[in-house]
Design a binder for this molecule. Structure first.
Ligand SMILES: [Zn+2]
Length: 312
């Protein structure tokens, strides 16, 4: 039977059992993060006074001014925390233990919006052979519509809901008035494969969610429909903000997106100032083409740090 409706059905998911973890190319190449895209105009997402940490590079330059033409004062090792003092385009003036200078914001990640370090929920086993305990219901949010698929698959880990909500919080700030996608199947309350119609290979351990693509406009009641999009009907900017929120925090294990949409999303990543090296770390290792993902995307989150029996 041809596939008549959506839901990550049919096509075998990538074999996660022999999926190599992607290597940190920035470490391999010894990248000292600096800037290729300082002139890109970016919408700030990090509040002045907030704290960020160095990420995605083995070290990050702190310079005397907001651009690569300014003198390098020092370099900040990965995972070090800085306080943001000011911003100019793609550059953030920051205080690292009393050392003050300007750094490229592409290599500064959020620490203030960290996921719960401990939660009652547990993702157990693999996404395609697992279950969950103490799951929580997807929260309501003005940024999306929770769709009734008839499968009662509203449940996931606390972290899944935290990361889901967080990305729509960011979207609401950066692109207020964006259309509302539908959040569709996540998992059933205890995970696993329920009786009845279950058109998914995965969605068993509370870390997978199907979401329709943002479009320029959608019904405010029913949300963006479960129908095919193309690069011209996709709101790529809104879609990318959701992805970026997960990618920059390293909480996206996989995002399944039809390959016909990859270039439009890569272009958004470039507009936001991300380097080609970083884009290559995301497209392929994490953002992957899987059949039947032209009318919705599928986000799989990483294993929560306190879920000892979760298998990625
Ligand atoms: Zn799915």
């Amino acid at each position: 039977m041809p596939f008549a409706h959506a839901g990550c059905m049919g096509a075998a998911p990538p074999d996660i059992s022999d999926d190599p973890e992607y290597e940190d190319e920035s470490e391999v190449e010894g990248i000292v993060a600096d800037d290729e895209a300082a002139d890109q105009m970016l919408v700030p997402i990090h509040a002045i006074g907030g704290q960020l940490k160095v990420c995605g590079a083995s070290s990050l330059n702190q310079r005397s001014g907001p651009g690569t033409s300014y003198t390098i004062l020092r370099s900040i090792p990965e995972d070090e925390v800085v306080t943001i003092l000011a911003e100019s385009g793609n550059w953030l003036r920051n205080d690292w233990n009393g050392n003050i200078g300007w750094s490229n914001r592409n290599y500064l990640c959020s620490i203030t919006q960290t996921p719960p370090m401990t939660s009652a929920s547990e993702s157990i086993g693999r996404p395609n052979a697992g279950h969950q305990l103490n799951s929580v219901h997807v929260p309501n949010h003005p940024g999306y519509v929770v769709a009734d698929t008839g499968r009662n698959a509203y449940y996931g880990t606390e972290e899944t809901m935290f990361w889901l909500k967080q990305s729509f919080d960011v979207l609401a700030v950066e692109r207020p008035g964006s259309a509302r996608p539908q959040v569709r199947d996540i998992a059933v309350r205890n995970g696993g494969v329920p009786s009845g119609d279950w058109p998914h290979a995965s969605h068993q351990s509370g870390r997978d969610a199907d979401i329709t693509y943002p479009r320029p406009s959608c019904s405010s009641v029913s949300g963006c429909p479960l129908s095919d999009v193309s690069p011209s009907t996709l709101d790529a900017a809104a879609t990318w903000i959701l992805f970026e929120t997960w990618l920059t925090q390293n909480v996206a294990r996989r995002i399944f997106v039809d390959s016909s949409l990859h270039n439009a999303l890569k272009q958004q990543a470039r507009l936001r100032g991300h380097s080609e090296a970083r884009i290559q770390q995301w497209f392929g290792p994490i953002i992957q083409h899987v059949e039947n993902h032209v009318n919705h995307f599928h986000i799989r989150f990483v294993c929560p740090s306190d879920d000892d029996n979760c298998i990625p």
